[in-house]
Ligand binder design. Structure first.
Ligand code: GLU
Length: 451
């Protein structure tokens, strides 16, 4: 069945790899069922929501390859929420409360002291018209709570199997703040109904909300979507990833030249029964994004995995996947250059100094007198062109025979003379890319430096 899903971030900060997990699981459902993916900004909290974060989220999703079928902002949809709130009020299900935050805190402290759960006592529901008028006369403005039904709500969670929330242990949720703004507990339900959302995939921190929202779907007279709650990505110390100051924000990973598919592969596969490995494209990853394969325990996430997967992805990446970027960034159009260098890259931009070395030669060649015999023999043994895959082995074999040098004593002077670096990509393809004339020139330059 084609599923209609949505990703509903609050634009109050940069999204991180944990948010990408939610977005990607939803997108995978849309892709694999031929459904559609809605990007819906939960921006009714006007104090904390910012346009720059909404833009960054759109850019981050595009970078991951997520193309929403529809983009909505809750701040554009207030009349819809007003109408739904009016219906709940008329049904006596949304009631005015006048407690200040301090008064609520005192109530909770008292309940705790008596060994009772700190559930709201519904004092607002019992207010007479005269009492309400007195509060208003004091200058108080009400916030509005939803009267929860009794009992429990259960559902068959797509990730976790049967789930239940006992609503008797939950406070009637505030749906409208004193300033008249709506909370997403409410706006999400109104929107999910209006947009025909059929499946909500989100983090397990929302499980209690789901119990509450199922009651809201009933109160508004609509069919609730199915739900799936995935485990959360946590740092190695068990702490949740935060939206603030997060080195794993997508914006920062992107700025650090990390590959989107490294991030996407990690975001989807960590904390599941599937191996965490780089997957080349979103279509293939979507096929592996199995909601029922997600573990119940938190998914600890090692930031070093980002680099590990990124490198592994680059080492296998076909030229076609980077051709445009290479041409634009450093004018490279020869697939052999990419193939010679990719095995040495941690991030794609690591290739730039190597392209410069291939093109212009090393700035400094740190060789000394002890390197002279190998370098001289190497220069003498350079075979005539055309060269092929066997050339490097034949050439170094000849140098070994001529000098008796082997291992590091043989290869290090050659590496230094040809690249100026003590480590780097495999030498054989580098030699081939340089060609005979350039290799001869570099060996000659290294020798004359020793003189
Ligand atoms: N803005 C909420 C969040 O980011 C949305 C929750 C939901 O998906 O319903 O946690």
């Amino acid at each position: 069945m084609p599923e209609i899903v949505r990703f509903a971030p609050s634009p109050t900060g940069e999204i991180h790899i944990g948010n990408a997990r939610t977005a990607l699981y939803n997108y995978a459902v849309a892709l694999t069922t031929g459904g559609s993916f809605i990007l819906r900004y939960d921006d009714t909290d006007t104090e904390r929501s910012e346009q720059r974060y909404a833009e960054a989220i759109a850019a981050d999703l595009a970078w991951l390859g997520i193309v929403p079928a529809r983009v909505e902002r809750q701040s554009d949809r207030i009349p819809l929420y007003d109408a739904a709130a009016a219906r709940l009020k008329a049904a006596g299900l949304l009631y005015a409360c006048y407690e200040t935050p301090d008064e609520l805190e005192r109530k909770r402290a008292l309940q705790r002291a008596r060994g009772r759960p700190p559930v709201y006592d519904r004092a607002g529901l019992a207010l007479t018209d005269a009492e309400r008028a007195a509060f208003e006369a004091e200058g108080r403005r009400p916030h509005w709570r939803f009267r929860l039904p009794d009992g429990q709500r259960t559902w068959d969670d797509r990730c976790r199997g049967e789930q239940r929330v006992n609503l008797d242990a939950v406070s009637d949720p505030v749906l409208v703040r004193a300033d008249g703004s709506y909370l997403y507990t409410f706006t999400s339900v109104v929107d999910d109904l209006d947009m025909g959302v059929t499946l909500v995939v989100r983090g397990e921190d929302h499980i209690t909300n789901t119990g509450v929202q199922l009651a809201l779907f009933e109160a508004l007279g609509g069919a609730a979507p199915a739900f799936g709650h995935h485990n959360l990505l946590t740092r190695a110390d068990g702490e949740p990833l935060s939206k603030r100051d997060n080195p794993l924000s997508l914006t920062r990973l992107r700025a650090a030249s990390i590959e989107p598919m490294a991030v996407a592969s990690l975001a989807v596969l960590t904390g599941t029964s599937n191996p965490v490995e780089p997957v080349a494209d979103l279509g293939a990853l979507a096929a592996r994004a199995d909601l029922s394969a997600i573990s119940r325990s938190p998914a600890t996430f090692d930031p070093a995995d980002v680099e590990r997967l990124n490198a592994a992805l680059l080492h296998e990446m076909p030229f076609a996947a980077v051709a445009d970027w290479l041409a634009e960034t450093c004018g490279v159009t020869d697939p052999a250059v990419w193939e010679a260098l990719r095995g040495n890259l941690s991030v794609r931009t690591d290739i730039l100094p190597w392209v410069a070395i291939l093109r212009d030669g090393p700035a400094v060649v740190p060789v000394g007198p002890s390197d002279r015999p190998v370098l001289q023999a190497a220069r003498d043994a350079l075979p005539p062109e055309p060269w092929d895959e066997a050339t490097f082995k034949a050439w170094t074999g000849a140098v070994k025979t001529a000098t008796g040098a082997k291992g590091k004593a043989l290869f290090m002077p050659l590496r230094l003379a040809l690249t100026g670096e003590a480590s780097g990509p495999e030498l054989a393809p580098i030699l081939r890319l340089l060609g005979r004339a350039e290799a001869d020139r570099r060996l000659g330059a290294a020798l004359s430096q020793i003189d």
